[in-house]
Design a protein around this ligand. Structure first.
Ligand code: SAM
Length: 223
């Protein structure tokens, strides 16, 4: 990975743990993005949360997205899950959001829905499969009588939705694809690549691209 090659073999996340200034600026910028996306999600995609009583925001950073969802759906149990050095700052009592500190590759706590916002593009297909299999287990069969849960993904679907016929947005998607490759060995995926990942991870209920959020999309995958 080019980033690791230039940083003594350290991954982006390992490097950030040792650099508080970079950590702050990265999470502040992700939080600003989450304010924007959360606004659209809770105003225009409320049906995504129908029947969802509990949600885990995996890789939820400083909790901005989880807090916005908890405020809009006060009865929902919301949890923000991230690496221990990241989640440390979310104030549980004020936000109504629980903290879960850990590594998503060691398992994901059960819930009706798992949210993955700008997570999967950070990883190659092999790691995405690990994450998605864990998410599928987390949202399967928490309550036998209820319909099964879902994984909610916010990421790009290359060449889809608002991007069609929009040169600037297409360019944004390809620039991000390069950035993800150089930083994480990750990538932006087209619909066929998403479909293959969901199938390989055992999502037998299929998936739905709910709507386009500029260059990104909201996808639901059903276990
Ligand atoms: C691109 S950021 C997205 C943050 C947030 N979802 C958002 O969109 O604002 C990726 C997040 O994944 C977290 N992360 C990276 N590796 C992780 C791991 N092994 N377990 C849990 N979280 C991880 C990072 O700390 C970071 O907060």
């Amino acid at each position: 990975v080019p980033f690791a090659a230039g940083h003594g073999g350290a991954s982006f996340w390992e490097r950030m743990e040792k650099d508080p200034a970079q950590k702050k600026s990265f999470h502040d910028s992700m939080a600003a993005d989450s304010v924007l996306v959360a606004g659209v999600m809770v105003a225009e995609c409320r049906e995504v949360f129908d029947g969802v009583e509990s949600l885990v925001d995996v890789g939820g950073g400083n909790g901005t997205m989880a807090v916005a969802i908890a405020r809009s759906f006060p009865k929902m149990e919301c949890t923000v899950f991230d690496l221990p050095y990241v989640v440390a700052n979310v104030k549980e009592e004020e936000s109504g959001v629980e903290n879960f500190r850990g590594n998503m590759f060691d398992g994901i706590p059960p819930a009706d829905a798992v949210l993955l916002k700008t997570i999967l593009h950070d990883w190659d297909d092999e790691k995405c499969l690990e994450i998605l299999k864990s998410c599928r287990e987390a949202v399967s069969g928490r309550d036998e009588k209820k319909k099964k849960g879902k994984v909610i993904i916010i990421d790009m679907v290359v060449g889809n939705g608002d991007v069609v016929g929009n040169r600037e947005m297409y360019q944004a998607q390809f620039s991000f694809d390069l950035l993800m490759f150089a930083t994480f060995n990750g990538k932006e995926r087209d619909e066929e690549e998403w479909r293959s990942l969901f199938l390989a991870a055992g999502f037998s209920g299929g998936y739905k691209i709910i709507r386009s959020l500029g260059p990104r999309s909201l996808i639901e995958a059903y276990p």
